[in-house]
Design a protein around this ligand. Sequence first.
Ligand SMILES: *Cc1c(COP(=O)(O)O)cnc(C)c1O
Length: 384
Amino acid sequence: MDKNYFENIILCIKEQFTQQNFIPLHAPVFIGNEKAYVMDTLESTFVSSVGAYVDRFEKMMCDITGAKYAVAIVNGTNALHMAALLAGVKPGDEVISQSLTFIATCNAISYIGAQPVFVDIDRSTLGMSPESLADFLTKNAIIGEDGYSYNKLSGKRIKACVPMHTFGFPCRIDEIAVICDKWNITLIEDAAESIGSYYKRKHTGIYGNIGVFSFNGNKTITCGGGGALITNDQLIAKRAKHLTTQAKVAHPWAFIHDEVGYNYRMPNINAALACAQLEQLDNFVKNKRELAAIYKDKFKKIGANFFSEPADAKSNYWLNVLIMDNLRQRNEFLEFANANNVMSRPAWELMHRLPMFKNAVCADLNNSEWLSDRLVNIPSSVRL
Ligand SMILES: *Cc1c(COP(=O)(O)O)cnc(C)c1O
């Protein structure tokens, strides 16, 4: 075991988090208007799905991302489900995604009865590779008479593509958008991890037809549980509001619903927390980027392979990444770090290795497997 090497890494991490005995991967911080805004919802009694903070949160999301419309949703997983429904994904369709992602991406596709298809990722971005996507489509897809792409082998329609900005690092989303456009595939950006991350000066989530965010407790900013969907398409935005509020027809007193809807609206009490957290987004990202800069410098000195943001990208550095030499070293490091009160974890098990997706259509997934064997996340919280 590379004990010296591991000890040096742990020392670098501990130097950044001196107040704690146990250093978590990512802890939330509430140092702004959180208490005041939450108390305000209690005093007003508007804690549920109607209230001023929901509107304010949606407006803030538009200002931050540059999107024309934002819709608050109860969590990121349901926001992804809603995005897939709005993209017109139907049972039996295929949806292209990446194998290195959090399970929620694929669960959302599965809720509709559609199947995920996996293309490879880039080693330089950790996100979907435009080359792998284009290559997969050129080899396997054909545009049908209805104008949609079909998988020649399975006969299934390929309706949507869901790349993910892994750990906050933007993928090459502009190139992916061009490919999706060419094949008439709706682009949904899983930007759950990338609030405050930019690619070529535009916020992540805005390149796709729909972008999705999560505000779960472990994300860069949190409102307990929460999500949002952004779009520039007015029809999609209107339909998102309608479907997430049980498809209720607006009326002063009658309860009439015109289709099967969902109870997916974010409660006002969560939106209050979200507003207070979003106010601090710039400071949080600045703080996290400073930590990443320190890590980069220190790890370079001890010969550790720290993952830096790709060209043209400004990452929120949600979770910092070290790349180990091989699977054995990765596992030994995980044992060592966690035994030394420094929380560290591997990437999620690749989706195509899980029982639900083991028969999924896959491109060559060399980079996904290479990274999955080597990648570890290390503590990345905002430091006070
Ligand atoms: C966190 C996350 C989600 C889901 O968000 P929840 O708010 O926890 O439901 C979706 N996709 C990715 C990639 C995530 O990291």
